[in-house]
Ligand binder design. Sequence first.
Ligand code: BGC
Length: 350
Amino acid sequence: MLNSSRQLFGYTKDDLAVETLTLDNGILSCDIITFGAALRSLRVPDRSGIKRDVVLGYDTLEEYESHPGYLGAVVGRVANRIAGGRFTMNGQTYALAVNDPPNHLHGGNVGFSHKVWSVVEHTSTLVTLALTSPDGEECYPGTMRVRVTYALEGNTLSMRYQAITDRDTPCNLTGHAYFNLNGHDSGPVTDQCLRIYAENYTPSDATNIPTGEIAPVAGTPMDFRKATPIGARINEPFHQLIQANGYDHNYVIDGEMGTLRKAAQAYSPTSGISMDVETTLPGLHFYAANFLDEGLTGKKGAVYGPRYAFCLETQFFPDAVNQPAFPSVILKPDGVYDHTTVFSFCCVKG
Ligand code: BGC
């Protein structure tokens, strides 16, 4: 039975109504909330045909508003970090919120992840949400109009990000789902296997800003070219892992940006659920949820903690606005930001 539902999720501190929009195509189903356009649940069949909810989330809007972590949210105007919260564009220097000292993170104090989006279209298998970010919001220039479309088709969930602006401005949008392929309430993901289609990554400094180097993964614990359990090397005495407290790194996805190509594949030997990630974006930020609070309460009383999930954030490279050698994140009035990431699920027999 297909169903399309739209329900009240709650009211923000400012008394704005937030809705839950459910998509269901008979194979996958998911709930998206209009706060942060966040993916709150994603139900996928395991190898026994039982549906498991493979993304972390909260039961209440108050938790989405107050807790750090960006669970499931769409992040912008600029996802990831900007060094020192400063950048210069067209001869003008912009000073942004330093909300992750000493840097700017995920769009600032109130980024797109913390806004109530409006519903443009909702069917049983598709939802388009929209947001207008005014000129000067979070000190970014230009009015930006953004749309995110979640769509179910067969065994895939796609996310399409579109944006336009009336002045030059940086734009880097990502989805911040925390995946656990055994189910959101299933403990650590260290035994789940990950493959990343990247020969190179961008090493970072002690504050998680790329040094500018594009380094080969070969011969390091950053190498996921062959499927490897997430926890197999995460505690190795490798400088990049020590200073970031685990994996919290941007990978340079092989192939040409702008074309939909393989970025990653994750697999749980326990549930049999396998997830392929394809994207048109240049980078994949792999974050092993190193900073999730120990004992955090999630949906239906589930207990979350560090490394109880993994994020595969497809995006432009961190701090690209200050690193001329990285693909540019500057969106211009005559341009369009239009990128897609596709998550495909299948089951591997035990
Ligand atoms: C960042 C992490 C950060 C997390 C939650 C990730 O995208 O890379 O360093 O802790 O988001 O804010």
